[in-house]
Ligand binder design. Structure first.
Ligand SMILES: NC(=O)c1ccc[n+]([C@@H]2O[C@H](COP(=O)([O-])OP(=O)(O)OC[C@H]3O[C@@H](n4cnc5c(N)ncnc54)[C@H](OP(=O)(O)O)[C@@H]3O)[C@@H](O)[C@H]2O)c1
Length: 309
Protein backbone atom coordinates (compact mmCIF):
# COMPACT_ATOMS: atom_id res chain seq x y z
CA UNK A 1 0.00 0.00 0.00
CA UNK A 2 1.62 3.24 -1.09
CA UNK A 3 0.93 6.39 0.93
CA UNK A 4 1.86 9.90 -0.17
CA UNK A 5 3.00 12.23 2.63
CA UNK A 6 2.87 15.94 1.80
CA UNK A 7 3.15 18.75 4.35
CA UNK A 8 5.22 21.91 4.48
CA UNK A 9 4.97 22.11 8.30
CA UNK A 10 4.95 18.55 9.66
CA UNK A 11 8.20 16.58 9.91
CA UNK A 12 8.26 13.94 7.17
CA UNK A 13 11.06 12.09 8.98
CA UNK A 14 9.08 11.86 12.24
CA UNK A 15 5.94 10.73 10.44
CA UNK A 16 7.82 8.11 8.48
CA UNK A 17 9.45 6.92 11.71
CA UNK A 18 6.15 6.60 13.61
CA UNK A 19 4.23 4.93 10.77
CA UNK A 20 7.08 2.51 10.06
CA UNK A 21 7.27 1.61 13.75
CA UNK A 22 3.57 0.68 13.67
CA UNK A 23 3.40 -1.21 10.38
CA UNK A 24 5.57 -2.69 7.64
CA UNK A 25 2.62 -2.66 5.22
CA UNK A 26 2.87 0.99 4.15
CA UNK A 27 5.18 2.11 1.37
CA UNK A 28 5.63 5.76 2.39
CA UNK A 29 6.42 8.19 -0.43
CA UNK A 30 7.58 11.64 0.63
CA UNK A 31 6.59 14.42 -1.77
CA UNK A 32 8.09 15.26 -4.28
CA UNK A 33 9.73 11.79 -4.60
CA UNK A 34 6.45 10.01 -5.08
CA UNK A 35 7.49 7.47 -7.70
CA UNK A 36 4.68 6.21 -9.94
CA UNK A 37 1.57 8.28 -9.06
CA UNK A 38 -0.64 5.36 -10.13
CA UNK A 39 0.67 3.28 -7.19
CA UNK A 40 -0.51 5.72 -4.53
CA UNK A 41 -3.72 4.74 -2.74
CA UNK A 42 -3.56 6.91 0.37
CA UNK A 43 -2.61 10.57 0.81
CA UNK A 44 -1.71 12.04 4.21
CA UNK A 45 -1.59 15.79 3.66
CA UNK A 46 -1.51 19.32 5.01
CA UNK A 47 -2.15 22.08 2.44
CA UNK A 48 -1.40 19.93 -0.62
CA UNK A 49 -0.65 21.86 -3.81
CA UNK A 50 -3.81 22.34 -5.89
CA UNK A 51 -4.00 19.50 -8.39
CA UNK A 52 -1.64 17.15 -6.49
CA UNK A 53 -4.43 14.84 -5.29
CA UNK A 54 -6.07 14.86 -8.74
CA UNK A 55 -2.77 13.64 -10.23
CA UNK A 56 -3.09 10.34 -8.31
CA UNK A 57 -5.40 8.20 -10.48
CA UNK A 58 -5.86 5.37 -7.95
CA UNK A 59 -6.26 7.44 -4.79
CA UNK A 60 -8.66 5.70 -2.38
CA UNK A 61 -8.59 7.84 0.77
CA UNK A 62 -7.43 11.34 1.75
CA UNK A 63 -6.23 11.77 5.34
CA UNK A 64 -5.90 15.26 6.81
CA UNK A 65 -2.91 15.98 9.06
CA UNK A 66 -5.11 18.40 11.00
CA UNK A 67 -8.62 18.62 12.46
CA UNK A 68 -9.64 21.16 9.80
CA UNK A 69 -9.99 20.24 6.13
CA UNK A 70 -10.35 23.68 4.51
CA UNK A 71 -6.73 23.20 3.30
CA UNK A 72 -7.94 20.21 1.22
CA UNK A 73 -11.42 21.35 0.18
CA UNK A 74 -10.03 24.62 -1.24
CA UNK A 75 -8.31 22.64 -4.04
CA UNK A 76 -10.32 23.43 -7.20
CA UNK A 77 -9.14 20.14 -8.72
CA UNK A 78 -10.01 17.98 -5.70
CA UNK A 79 -11.00 14.53 -7.04
CA UNK A 80 -14.68 13.90 -6.34
CA UNK A 81 -15.79 10.69 -4.70
CA UNK A 82 -12.58 10.08 -2.73
CA UNK A 83 -13.48 10.04 0.98
CA UNK A 84 -11.70 12.50 3.26
CA UNK A 85 -11.03 11.82 6.93
CA UNK A 86 -10.05 14.59 9.34
CA UNK A 87 -7.74 14.03 12.29
CA UNK A 88 -9.46 13.73 15.64
CA UNK A 89 -6.74 13.11 18.22
CA UNK A 90 -7.71 13.41 21.90
CA UNK A 91 -4.22 14.76 22.69
CA UNK A 92 -4.57 17.45 20.03
CA UNK A 93 -8.00 18.32 21.41
CA UNK A 94 -6.48 18.65 24.89
CA UNK A 95 -3.68 20.87 23.55
CA UNK A 96 -6.27 23.11 21.91
CA UNK A 97 -8.26 23.20 25.14
CA UNK A 98 -5.10 24.20 27.03
CA UNK A 99 -4.42 27.03 24.60
CA UNK A 100 -7.97 28.34 24.87
CA UNK A 101 -7.86 28.15 28.67
CA UNK A 102 -4.51 30.00 28.66
CA UNK A 103 -5.78 32.85 26.48
CA UNK A 104 -9.15 33.13 28.22
CA UNK A 105 -7.34 33.38 31.57
CA UNK A 106 -4.94 36.01 30.19
CA UNK A 107 -7.88 38.08 28.94
CA UNK A 108 -9.93 37.54 32.10
CA UNK A 109 -7.00 38.44 34.41
CA UNK A 110 -6.03 41.51 32.32
CA UNK A 111 -2.60 40.20 31.49
CA UNK A 112 -2.06 42.78 28.72
CA UNK A 113 -2.72 45.64 31.17
CA UNK A 114 -0.37 44.24 33.81
CA UNK A 115 2.35 43.64 31.20
CA UNK A 116 1.99 47.28 30.07
CA UNK A 117 2.13 48.42 33.70
CA UNK A 118 5.26 46.32 34.29
CA UNK A 119 6.98 47.90 31.29
CA UNK A 120 6.25 51.34 32.79
CA UNK A 121 7.13 50.33 36.35
CA UNK A 122 3.57 50.91 37.55
CA UNK A 123 2.30 49.09 40.67
CA UNK A 124 -1.48 49.38 40.46
CA UNK A 125 -4.34 47.05 41.26
CA UNK A 126 -7.09 46.90 38.62
CA UNK A 127 -10.71 45.97 39.39
CA UNK A 128 -11.15 42.23 38.81
CA UNK A 129 -14.28 40.16 38.21
CA UNK A 130 -14.71 36.60 39.38
CA UNK A 131 -14.64 33.89 36.68
CA UNK A 132 -18.28 33.05 37.47
CA UNK A 133 -19.21 36.57 36.33
CA UNK A 134 -17.36 36.31 33.00
CA UNK A 135 -19.49 34.38 30.48
CA UNK A 136 -17.56 32.72 27.67
CA UNK A 137 -19.16 31.87 24.32
CA UNK A 138 -17.65 29.25 22.03
CA UNK A 139 -18.42 29.39 18.29
CA UNK A 140 -18.08 25.79 17.10
CA UNK A 141 -19.03 23.37 19.84
CA UNK A 142 -17.63 20.17 18.33
CA UNK A 143 -14.74 17.98 19.47
CA UNK A 144 -12.39 20.84 20.33
CA UNK A 145 -15.01 23.40 21.36
CA UNK A 146 -16.46 21.02 23.94
CA UNK A 147 -13.01 20.08 25.23
CA UNK A 148 -12.18 23.77 25.72
CA UNK A 149 -15.63 24.31 27.25
CA UNK A 150 -15.02 21.62 29.88
CA UNK A 151 -11.65 23.12 30.83
CA UNK A 152 -13.13 26.61 31.13
CA UNK A 153 -16.13 25.36 33.11
CA UNK A 154 -13.71 23.65 35.53
CA UNK A 155 -12.10 27.08 36.06
CA UNK A 156 -15.49 28.52 36.95
CA UNK A 157 -16.49 30.33 33.74
CA UNK A 158 -20.14 30.11 32.61
CA UNK A 159 -19.69 28.59 29.14
CA UNK A 160 -22.12 28.39 26.24
CA UNK A 161 -21.56 26.86 22.81
CA UNK A 162 -22.90 27.51 19.32
CA UNK A 163 -23.18 25.03 16.45
CA UNK A 164 -24.98 24.54 13.18
CA UNK A 165 -27.44 22.05 14.65
CA UNK A 166 -28.90 22.30 18.13
CA UNK A 167 -27.12 19.82 20.42
CA UNK A 168 -27.72 18.94 24.02
CA UNK A 169 -24.39 18.98 25.80
CA UNK A 170 -24.72 18.13 29.46
CA UNK A 171 -23.73 21.04 31.70
CA UNK A 172 -23.69 23.68 28.92
CA UNK A 173 -26.11 26.15 27.44
CA UNK A 174 -26.13 25.57 23.69
CA UNK A 175 -27.35 27.65 20.75
CA UNK A 176 -27.70 27.00 17.03
CA UNK A 177 -28.38 28.85 13.81
CA UNK A 178 -28.51 32.59 13.13
CA UNK A 179 -30.91 33.39 15.98
CA UNK A 180 -28.81 31.35 18.39
CA UNK A 181 -25.74 33.29 17.29
CA UNK A 182 -27.33 36.60 18.35
CA UNK A 183 -28.24 35.10 21.74
CA UNK A 184 -24.76 33.72 22.27
CA UNK A 185 -23.04 36.96 21.26
CA UNK A 186 -25.23 39.01 23.61
CA UNK A 187 -24.04 37.05 26.63
CA UNK A 188 -20.34 36.47 25.77
CA UNK A 189 -17.74 38.66 27.47
CA UNK A 190 -15.09 36.43 25.94
CA UNK A 191 -15.81 34.98 22.51
CA UNK A 192 -13.79 31.96 21.34
CA UNK A 193 -13.88 30.89 17.68
CA UNK A 194 -13.38 27.17 17.14
CA UNK A 195 -15.30 26.81 13.92
CA UNK A 196 -14.20 25.06 10.75
CA UNK A 197 -13.67 27.46 7.85
CA UNK A 198 -16.54 27.02 5.40
CA UNK A 199 -18.41 29.37 3.07
CA UNK A 200 -20.98 29.82 5.89
CA UNK A 201 -18.46 30.68 8.63
CA UNK A 202 -16.00 32.79 6.63
CA UNK A 203 -15.90 36.36 7.99
CA UNK A 204 -18.08 35.57 11.01
CA UNK A 205 -15.79 37.63 13.27
CA UNK A 206 -16.88 40.95 11.80
CA UNK A 207 -17.92 44.45 12.87
CA UNK A 208 -21.62 43.55 13.00
CA UNK A 209 -21.03 40.60 15.31
CA UNK A 210 -18.52 42.52 17.45
CA UNK A 211 -21.25 45.15 17.95
CA UNK A 212 -23.58 42.43 19.28
CA UNK A 213 -21.13 41.49 22.09
CA UNK A 214 -21.21 43.24 25.48
CA UNK A 215 -19.07 46.43 25.35
CA UNK A 216 -15.41 45.68 26.11
CA UNK A 217 -15.70 41.96 25.28
CA UNK A 218 -12.62 40.14 24.07
CA UNK A 219 -11.89 37.59 21.39
CA UNK A 220 -9.87 34.40 20.98
CA UNK A 221 -9.56 33.15 17.40
CA UNK A 222 -8.19 29.61 17.11
CA UNK A 223 -10.38 28.54 14.17
CA UNK A 224 -8.92 29.89 10.96
CA UNK A 225 -7.69 33.29 9.80
CA UNK A 226 -10.56 33.45 7.30
CA UNK A 227 -13.07 33.70 10.16
CA UNK A 228 -11.84 37.19 11.02
CA UNK A 229 -12.54 40.26 8.90
CA UNK A 230 -9.11 41.68 9.69
CA UNK A 231 -9.93 45.29 8.84
CA UNK A 232 -12.81 45.25 11.39
CA UNK A 233 -10.67 44.25 14.36
CA UNK A 234 -8.39 47.23 15.01
CA UNK A 235 -11.21 49.83 14.75
CA UNK A 236 -13.27 47.77 17.25
CA UNK A 237 -10.28 47.60 19.63
CA UNK A 238 -9.40 51.27 19.23
CA UNK A 239 -13.01 52.29 19.98
CA UNK A 240 -13.01 50.09 23.10
CA UNK A 241 -15.88 48.04 21.70
CA UNK A 242 -13.51 45.11 22.09
CA UNK A 243 -10.88 45.20 24.83
CA UNK A 244 -8.38 42.64 23.49
CA UNK A 245 -7.89 39.78 21.04
CA UNK A 246 -5.74 36.65 21.12
CA UNK A 247 -5.12 35.37 17.61
CA UNK A 248 -3.46 32.10 16.61
CA UNK A 249 -4.56 31.98 12.97
CA UNK A 250 -4.37 34.53 10.15
CA UNK A 251 -5.55 35.02 6.58
CA UNK A 252 -1.91 35.04 5.50
CA UNK A 253 0.46 32.74 7.36
CA UNK A 254 3.16 33.47 8.38
CA UNK A 255 1.68 36.83 9.40
CA UNK A 256 3.57 39.32 7.18
CA UNK A 257 6.30 41.32 9.00
CA UNK A 258 4.63 44.73 8.57
CA UNK A 259 1.15 43.56 9.58
CA UNK A 260 -0.44 45.91 12.17
CA UNK A 261 -1.50 42.96 14.39
CA UNK A 262 2.15 42.36 15.37
CA UNK A 263 2.47 45.65 17.24
CA UNK A 264 -1.06 46.47 18.38
CA UNK A 265 -1.04 46.78 22.19
CA UNK A 266 -4.39 44.96 22.58
CA UNK A 267 -3.56 41.97 20.34
CA UNK A 268 -1.78 38.78 21.35
CA UNK A 269 -0.27 36.91 18.38
CA UNK A 270 0.84 33.27 18.28
CA UNK A 271 2.06 31.51 15.11
CA UNK A 272 -0.70 28.90 14.56
CA UNK A 273 0.56 26.73 17.41
CA UNK A 274 -2.61 26.18 19.46
CA UNK A 275 -2.76 22.54 18.38
CA UNK A 276 0.33 21.00 16.85
CA UNK A 277 -0.20 17.55 15.37
CA UNK A 278 2.03 15.06 17.17
CA UNK A 279 2.95 12.02 15.02
CA UNK A 280 3.35 9.89 18.15
CA UNK A 281 -0.35 10.09 19.04
CA UNK A 282 -1.72 10.82 15.57
CA UNK A 283 0.00 8.02 13.60
CA UNK A 284 -2.03 5.21 15.25
CA UNK A 285 -5.23 7.14 14.44
CA UNK A 286 -4.19 7.53 10.78
CA UNK A 287 -3.34 3.85 10.58
CA UNK A 288 -6.70 2.94 12.12
CA UNK A 289 -8.47 4.88 9.36
CA UNK A 290 -6.49 3.04 6.68
CA UNK A 291 -7.23 -0.33 8.29
CA UNK A 292 -10.93 0.50 8.56
CA UNK A 293 -10.97 1.47 4.91
CA UNK A 294 -9.13 -1.69 3.84
CA UNK A 295 -11.52 -3.86 5.87
CA UNK A 296 -14.59 -2.10 4.49
CA UNK A 297 -15.55 -0.90 7.99
CA UNK A 298 -17.17 2.53 8.50
CA UNK A 299 -14.69 5.40 8.62
CA UNK A 300 -14.59 7.62 11.70
CA UNK A 301 -14.60 11.40 11.30
CA UNK A 302 -15.32 11.36 7.60
CA UNK A 303 -15.78 14.83 6.16
CA UNK A 304 -18.99 15.92 4.44
CA UNK A 305 -17.66 18.01 1.51
CA UNK A 306 -21.13 19.53 0.99
CA UNK A 307 -21.02 21.03 4.52
CA UNK A 308 -17.31 21.86 4.26
CA UNK A 309 -16.25 20.08 7.47
N1 LIG B 1 -5.29 26.80 15.59
C1 LIG B 1 -5.02 25.53 15.54
O1 LIG B 1 -3.90 25.10 15.78
C2 LIG B 1 -6.12 24.55 15.22
C3 LIG B 1 -5.90 23.18 15.46
C4 LIG B 1 -6.95 22.28 15.25
C5 LIG B 1 -8.19 22.73 14.78
N2 LIG B 1 -8.37 24.07 14.53
C6 LIG B 1 -9.67 24.56 14.05
O2 LIG B 1 -10.71 24.09 14.89
C7 LIG B 1 -11.81 23.68 14.05
C8 LIG B 1 -12.79 22.82 14.81
O3 LIG B 1 -12.28 21.51 14.99
P1 LIG B 1 -13.21 20.37 15.65
O4 LIG B 1 -12.39 19.11 15.68
O5 LIG B 1 -13.79 20.85 16.93
O6 LIG B 1 -14.39 20.27 14.56
P2 LIG B 1 -15.82 19.59 14.73
O7 LIG B 1 -15.81 18.54 15.78
O8 LIG B 1 -16.26 19.22 13.35
O9 LIG B 1 -16.74 20.79 15.26
C9 LIG B 1 -17.12 21.85 14.44
C10 LIG B 1 -18.19 22.67 15.14
O10 LIG B 1 -18.47 23.81 14.33
C11 LIG B 1 -19.89 23.86 14.10
N3 LIG B 1 -20.20 24.48 12.80
C12 LIG B 1 -19.76 24.14 11.57
N4 LIG B 1 -20.34 24.93 10.63
C13 LIG B 1 -21.15 25.78 11.30
C14 LIG B 1 -22.03 26.82 10.90
N5 LIG B 1 -22.19 27.16 9.61
N6 LIG B 1 -22.73 27.47 11.86
C15 LIG B 1 -22.60 27.12 13.16
N7 LIG B 1 -21.78 26.14 13.61
C16 LIG B 1 -21.08 25.48 12.69
C17 LIG B 1 -20.34 22.42 14.13
O11 LIG B 1 -21.75 22.38 14.34
P3 LIG B 1 -22.53 20.98 14.49
O12 LIG B 1 -22.25 20.54 15.89
O13 LIG B 1 -23.94 21.32 14.27
O14 LIG B 1 -21.94 20.05 13.44
C18 LIG B 1 -19.51 21.90 15.30
O15 LIG B 1 -20.11 22.26 16.53
C19 LIG B 1 -11.11 23.07 12.84
O16 LIG B 1 -11.96 22.99 11.71
C20 LIG B 1 -9.98 24.04 12.63
O17 LIG B 1 -10.41 25.13 11.83
C21 LIG B 1 -7.37 24.98 14.74
Amino acid sequence: MALLFRSSVDSAARWRGELTRLTAELDIRLWPDIGDPAEIEYALVWRPEPGLLASLPNLKLILSLGAGVDHILCDPHLPGGVPIVRLVDPYLNDAMGEYVALQVLRLHRQDLDYLAQQRSGIWRELPQKNACDRPVGILGFGEIGQNAGRKLAALGFPVAGWGRRRRTVSGFQTYAGPEGLCQLLRRSEILVCLLPLTPDTEGILCARNFAALPPGASLVNVGRGGHLVEEDLIPALDRGQLSAAALDVFREEPLPPGHPFWRHPRILVTPHIAGITNPKTAAPIILDSIRRFEAGRPLLNEVDPAQGY
